[in-house]
Ligand binder design. Structure first.
Ligand code: ACO
Length: 337
């Protein structure tokens, strides 16, 4: 049976940079607080772009660096917590922008683990022969669902998109993949879907009764609980992947974690007793871009020439849901591609 490989990567971040210092001019925060608690120095914010447009830009970059044409794609999966619309899917809008007329398209919702979930779905489709060339995108415009009056959450996130094209080949690519969920923690990191805009209070009460929930559609988070969950989920996912692949941490050249918070990553470095260089980070420049964080990091590593053919990398994510997941990949892209 053919192996499933990553054939190309791409990413896109908006031009607009918002530094911690700039945030401190519009809210009661400061660079020192944000940097010491999270490691984040700046983030990118979309101005006049939505999730589908930044997702399509990342996809086009991946296509440009591959031999795959848009019409060769037969499946597009977009992982996002910030779709353009309830319907159509962001994947269908991306399909139209990039001209991938032969693809089946759908979105998935797995928060910051979304890209790993997407890789897993793509893997299954390719492995069983149902699809050949699959585009997986993690894309977010989180700035649109942030409560900019809540300094505890709004300083943490940013916008961006990352993409990978998967296909089949002879050499081993995706070696091991693992995902999990725990809906008991659903309230720890949440954004309500309903966005009811009824200014008339009497009318609103008549329709919905005395509920306050209908118009809260911004991101809320129990930061400390998420921290505990994150380190547990990352540790267990890494152990599971290494055990089932019969590899050791020394076999892994880079761990590419979900870019949420440098303190979470530092905790993992100590727990695993590894050199900090084994963990790739770029959250300093982009903040937490949820489903986009891992594919943006992977694309940057690819373009910076950090990855040699044959290197083994481990991607690991965790997020709202609660969800988590990881994969070990043997890199199959030639450096000069
Ligand atoms: N600037 C200045 N002060 C702030 C800010 C800010 N941006 N935000 C909160 N504070 C203040 C609070 O008001 C509070 O002040 P008080 O003690 O006077 O009441 C104090 O700082 C501590 O606030 P906490 O919310 O308790 O801060 P905490 O120490 O828990 O740090 C953080 C918050 C960094 C988010 C932490 O909980 C954490 O590391 N969580 C990990 C999870 C994470 O990073 N989540 C983000 C992504 S989730 C995901 O990707 C799945």
């Amino acid at each position: 049976m053919k192996e499933v490989q990553i054939l190309a990567t791409g990413s896109y971040v908006p031009d607009r940079i918002v530094t911690n210092d700039e945030l401190s001019t519009v809210m009661d925060t400061n660079d020192e607080w944000i940097k010491t608690r999270t490691g984040i120095c700046e983030r990118r914010i979309t101005t006049g772009e939505n999730t589908s447009s930044i997702a399509a830009k990342a996809a086009l970059k991946a296509l440009e660096s591959s031999y795959i044409k848009p019409v060769d794609l037969d499946l597009i999966i977009v992982a996002t917590a910030t779709p353009d619309c309830y319907t159509p899917s962001t994947a269908c809008i991306v399909q139209d922008i990039i001209g991938a007329t032969n693809a089946t398209c759908f979105d998935i919702s797995a928060a910051c683990s979304g890209f790993i979930y997407g890789l897993n779905i793509a893997y299954q489709f390719i492995k069983n022969g149902a699809k050949k060339n699959v585009l997986v995108i993690g894309a977010e415009t989180l700035s649109k669902i942030l409560d900019w009056n809540n300094r505890s959450t709004c300083v943490l996130f940013g916008d961006g998109a990352g993409a990978a094209i998967l296909g089949c080949g002879e050499e081993k690519g995706l070696i091991e993949i693992h995902t999990g969920s725990d809906g008991r923690g659903a309230n720890l990191l949440k954004c309500n879907a309903a966005s009811v805009d009824i200014n008339n209070k009497d009318l609103k009460e008549k329709i919905y009764g005395n509920t306050e929930d209908v118009d809260k559609s911004y991101l809320t988070m129990e930061g400390r609980e998420i921290f505990k969950f994150a380190v547990k989920a990352m540790g267990e996912t890494i152990d599971t992947l290494l055990n089932s692949s019969e590899l050791t941490i020394e076999d892994i050249k880079y761990i590419v974690p979900h870019q949420a918070n440098l303190r979470i990553i530092d905790y993992m470095i100590k727990k695993l007793k590894v050199d900090s260089k084994k963990f790739y980070t770029n959250l300093q420049y982009y903040g937490n871009t949820s489903a986009a964080s891992i594919p943006i990091a992977m694309d940057q590593m690819n373009r910076e020439g950090l990855l040699e053919k044959g290197d083994k990398i481990l991607l690991v994510g965790f997020g709202g849901g609660l969800t988590w997941g990881g994969t070990i990949i043997e890199w199959t892209i030639n450096k000069n591609k």
